[in-house]
Design a protein around this ligand. Sequence first.
Ligand SMILES: [Zn+2]
Length: 263
Amino acid sequence: MNFKDYLKSLGISDNQHLIIHSSYKKIKAEFNPVSPEEVIDELKNLVTKSGSIVFPTFTYCFKKSSCDYEIFDRANSKSKVGLISETFRLSRDVIRTSSPTHSFALWGKITEDINETNSPESPLGKESVLEWLTNTLNSFVLMLGTNFSSLTYGHYLEVAAKVPWYDYSPWGYMNVLPIGVSIEGEQQLKEIPGCAKSFINFEKYLLEKNLIRQHNFGQLSSYFISIGLLYQEGLNYFKENYKELLCPAGTCPACDSRRRKFL
Ligand SMILES: [Zn+2]
């Protein structure tokens, strides 16, 4: 099987709107040689411009009280969430949004509604790219070689379900202030996304209920999940089982700060 056939076997086709999380290392382990550029080209060819491709290109440019912080430059700041994401950002006809902390690279239909000025004060909540995906039919999360610890959509669910800490930043211990910094200036933020590691408990729950399926091909394990389903199931799970969304006590300072305050 080649990489294109693998994508087809997952269910990828035209007119779909995809937010993608990927591990190039895992892809390369099964499809060698496939370059990051080829990965992007195959995805664009299948989805076509009647659909959309979205990659997080986060840079986490928060202001810090300690003054040692990076300043976001939309054109030049590299994505900190992987090689495929950075390759996609620099590829043809892709625009990047302006959030100093949580920017996205966009291609296709979505660029008719969201342009590069998009930078909501709730970076992954209201008016974000994730809200557009939630409100658009035929939207999916595609995970290539990653698990739910990279499920950006989980942060949208935290805000939508109003988990107890949804507007409490857990990054104080790193001197992080609720302010994004870019070369264009500073932006006050609310609803700062926290730690995503324990979103794997939501993954386990969906697997146990047979609501999602892991597609395994050698070392590469993938998910292709409807955002409608994630939203519906997620809202219930996040409201009722929010305690499962923090790392075990004593293992993560960010989650511990939320636990101390809210549990
Ligand atoms: Zn944590």
